[in-house]
Each structure stands twice: as C-alpha cells, then as structure tokens.
Design a protein around this ligand. Structure first.
Ligand SMILES: [Zn+2]
Length: 311
C-alpha cells in the first residue's frame, strides 16, 4: 500500500505526463467476432503509462438471459469502462464473469463487477490470493494513475470444467495448465468461439513467468481438437485457423531445445540471451524482450537438470 501512496505522489509531481492521459480513457471498442460474441483487443506491447496496461484481450458473450464476461482487464478503471462499453451493446444484465488465469492484466478489473459471480479455477483463486497484491503494486509502478483505486479481488466462485447452458449458449469450460498452474479456456459450442486466455499469444511473443513448457504443449494439442470457428487469444489479433496454435507450440519447442542445449554446453544466462532467434518468430512483437525474460524465468531449471545428471 505504501508503494501506491509514494507512486501517487510521484505521479502528481509529474504533471505534464499525467495531463497527457488526463481522461484515463482506454477507449474500449467492442468488436463483434462471431454471433453474440465481442472482444476488446489490447495492444501487443509491454505495460506502460502510455497504454495504461491495456495490453490484453477481454470479451463477452450476449446470451438470451444476459452477458457472460471473459476476463476483466488490468485495472478498476478498465473494468468500469468495460461495463459501460458492454451496456452500449446490450442492456441485458451481466450473469457471470469467468477469469482465464491469475495474471494481473486479466483480473484486476474485478472490482467493477462487484456483486456478480466471478468464476475461476481453484488454482487461479489460490494464486490470486497469494500473488495478487504484489502484482497490483507492480502495476501501479508501471502504469501509474491508470491504476487508481485498484485492489486485487479474488474470484468468488470455483469453477469445475464441464458444460453449462446459459441463455441458449452451450458453453464448455476447459481446465488446463501450462501457461500458469490454472488456465481456463472457454469454448462456445453454439457459436464456435474459443477464448484461450494466455494459452495462445498471437503475433505477440508469449510470456513465461509461471510456465511449464511440457504441460503447455499438451494443452495446446488438446485445444487444437476443438472445432472452433474463431480463436480469441489472450494477446494479439483473433485467428480463424490453427496457425496461431502451431506458432505457440513451435516457439515453446524451440525454447525447450535451445535451453536444454545451452545448459549442456554450459552457457550462462547472458550468453543464452545473446543467442540468435530463428526468423520464423520475427513476426511476433517483443520477441527479444520476452525471450530474455524467459531465460530468467526458466533457464535455472535446465541448469539444475544438468547438474543432477552430472551427479
Ligand atoms: Zn498470462
């Protein structure tokens, strides 16, 4: 909390910067991707004051009984603006919210949905309880006043994977892991919309702070079996085919092979970070930045595996 007070003071001293985004308007524009289904597409950038943390895709499904929301965005302001944008599309009530996973850009808008059931996998709820406050402090430091009033609020309902029928939509809740310990995806059998959360990044390099590569690869193989018409990734543009899934799998496999070889060759983290990255991945935003971060997240485990074998 102290961090937030200090940060608020710092921001009030940086007046020209604060004036730039005086409105703190994310300009959320719902884009229809398939029948009854809308997304708010974020930028394929890092968190900055300029984007206010809007680097994420969220969405909603308008059923005959009401609205199902998928993820709530990076801040209270985002959640509030999301609700307003939804109300411009439909006056139906919001029935429930599903959170895909516990990363801050996906759930810190929860406060704006107070009183509405917020569903997540049990692993996600535990992780938000453990890490949510730290995530929130970090985002205050990175995006400043966009975060005003934001607190980490845990989901209120544990969801079990399975099919639910909501207002004429047959919605399948899928429980996975790999990007984090609890990754929820939503497949609407009625429309063919597949919300993958961060199991799929499209044209934006994936992030790995809580990743398990072998589980993630298994999960993508399972996701690929769903007969979807439109895939809404956690970050980047929608996709109408399985190419985005293959791209993520290819990159994960390349990381795995490259880190394994580097550890066997005794490379340091800095040496590994300097390795060339294949051209096939160059269409993904933030490639160099995220690759370096993945080295810091994952490489120690590969090094430990080599030490174990040596013993
Ligand atoms: Zn994530």
């Amino acid at each position: 909390m102290m961090l937030r007070v200090i940060n608020a003071l710092l921001i009030s001293l940086c007046l020209p910067l604060a004036t730039l985004a005086a409105e703190f308007d994310y300009q959320l524009n719902p884009v229809k991707v398939v029948k009854d289904t809308y997304i708010f597409e974020g930028k394929t950038e890092d968190f900055t004051f300029g984007n206010g943390g809007n680097i994420v895709n969220t969405g909603f499904i308008v059923t005959s009984n009401g609205v199902v929301v998928i993820d709530t965005g990076p801040s209270l302001r985002y959640g509030e603006q999301m609700r307003k944008a939804i109300s411009n599309v439909t006056k139906k009530p919001i029935l429930r919210v599903y959170l895909t996973h516990h990363h801050p850009d996906h759930f810190l808008g929860n406060q704006a949905f107070k009183g509405i059931p917020i569903y997540a996998l049990g692993e996600t709820i535990t992780s938000i309880n453990n890490e949510g406050a730290g995530f929130t402090d970090n985002l205050y430091l990175m995006v400043g006043d966009w975060m005003r009033g934001t607190d980490s609020i845990a989901p209120t309902k544990t969801v079990e994977p399975g099919v639910v029928n909501l207002g004429g939509h047959k919605i399948e809740i899928l429980g996975f892991s790999g990007h984090t310990v609890g990754d929820l995806a939503i497949f609407d059998h009625t429309t063919g919309a597949l919300f993958s959360g961060d199991l799929i990044f499209h044209k934006r390099t994936l992030t790995t702070p809580h990743a398990n590569i072998s589980l993630w690869l298994e999960t993508i193989a399972a996701l690929k079996k769903k007969p979807f018409k439109v895939l809404i990734p956690g970050h980047g543009p929608k996709s109408l085919d399985k190419q985005a899934m293959d791209d993520v799998s290819d990159y994960l496999r390349w990381i795995d092979v490259t880190f394994k070889k580097a550890s066997e060759d005794g490379l340091s983290m800095t040496e590994l970070m300097a390795q060339p990255i294949p051209k096939q991945f160059s269409g993904n935003a933030l490639l160099k930045e995220e690759f370096s971060r993945s080295v810091t997240h994952l490489y120690a485990k590969y090094e430990q595996a080599v030490f174990k074998r040596a013993n």
